[in-house]
Design a protein around this ligand. Structure first.
Ligand code: F6P
Length: 278
């Protein structure tokens, strides 16, 4: 898989440059879930596909920006689900965004995920690779990703990142979030999944939630491109991820763009979610 990680690093360097200097405007197109695509969404997707096409071990890819799977190499082995530029609507206000990759074997189900990678484009560019452990790298002046440290979550954290619109939350969800704040947790939510989850990982723990809501009963975040890869990272960092009742990595989507309610956190907060939703 090293060649896949290297391709992701090359893509990240090219995408970082596009974020810094390209037009931040909208295109005329919509993606599979009906979001109007930024020119940067489309460019990031093209960059990643170009880099992945050079890797013979990749059998197929599926991007958040496309309707269907794209076959790459018949003799390949790995399947990759990715979101080229998550949270891209935050670029015009100059907040951090990210790319997310899930590497699967045999099918796009949680149990088939064997590695995941994400990149944070913030004041600095950081890359996190989860396999048996969760390793963090930072881009230096010579365009090399230098290993910084392993990421390990504490049993219990201090941050709370509650997603979606409060008026659409179920009463039990609202009560859980209010109770968490009453216990002294601090609000940390930018609206970018990658930096928000990265912050919780680096600050020792907490809870990120994107629940079932009255306007989106199946949540907003997509299983293959967003939810599975981060569930894998959180488990390997010593925390967990659930949809309220089930472990996220036990789920199997029917369609590439299926979404799920999701909660990511350190163990104490995940137990709290399971108790609320049981
Ligand atoms: O997937 C899109 C996304 O921008 C995520 O990065 C983020 O966590 C979420 O949507 C924010 O949604 P909301 O504004 O509804 O909380």
């Amino acid at each position: 898989m090293t060649e896949i990680f290297e391709a992701i690093k090359k893509s990240a360097i090219r995408i970082r440059e596009a974020i810094e200097f390209d037009d931040t405007g909208y295109s005329e197109d919509q993606n599979a879930t009906g979001d109007t695509q930024l020119k940067l969404d489309i460019k990031s997707d093209i960059i990643i596909e170009e880099e992945f096409r050079k890797i013979p071990s990749i059998k197929e890819i599926v991007s958040e920006e496309k309707n269907d799977k794209t076959p790459l190499h018949v003799e390949g082995h790995y399947l990759i689900g990715y979101d080229p530029l998550d949270g891209s609507s935050l670029i015009d206000v100059n907040l951090s965004v990210g790319s997310i990759f899930g590497i699967y074997e045999g099918g796009y189900a949680g149990k088939n995920l064997i590695a995941s990678v994400y990149v944070v484009y913030g004041p600095r560019v950081e890359l996190v690779i989860a396999t048996d452990k969760v390793r963090m790298y930072r881009l230096n002046k010579s365009d090399e990703f230098v290993y910084l440290k392993d990421i390990v979550l504490n049993e219990k954290g201090k941050l709370n990142a509650p997603g979606s619109t409060q008026m659409c939350w179920e009463p039990k969800h609202k009560k859980m979030i209010d109770d968490i704040f009453a216990d002294g947790y601090r609000l940390r939510y930018s609206g970018g999944m990658v930096p928000d989850l990265h912050q919780i990982l680096l600050k020792g723990g907490g809870l990120f939630s994107y629940p079932s809501t009255s306007d989106a009963p199946k949540g907003k975040l997509r299983l293959i491109f967003e939810v599975f890869p981060f569930a894998f990272v959180y488990e390997k960092a010593g925390g967990g991820s659930v949809d309220g009742k089930n472990r996220i990595l036990d789920l199997t989507p029917e369609h590439p763009h299926d979404t799920s309610p999701c909660f990511f956190g350190s163990n104490s907060e995940v137990q709290r979610v399971l108790k609320t939703y049981e």
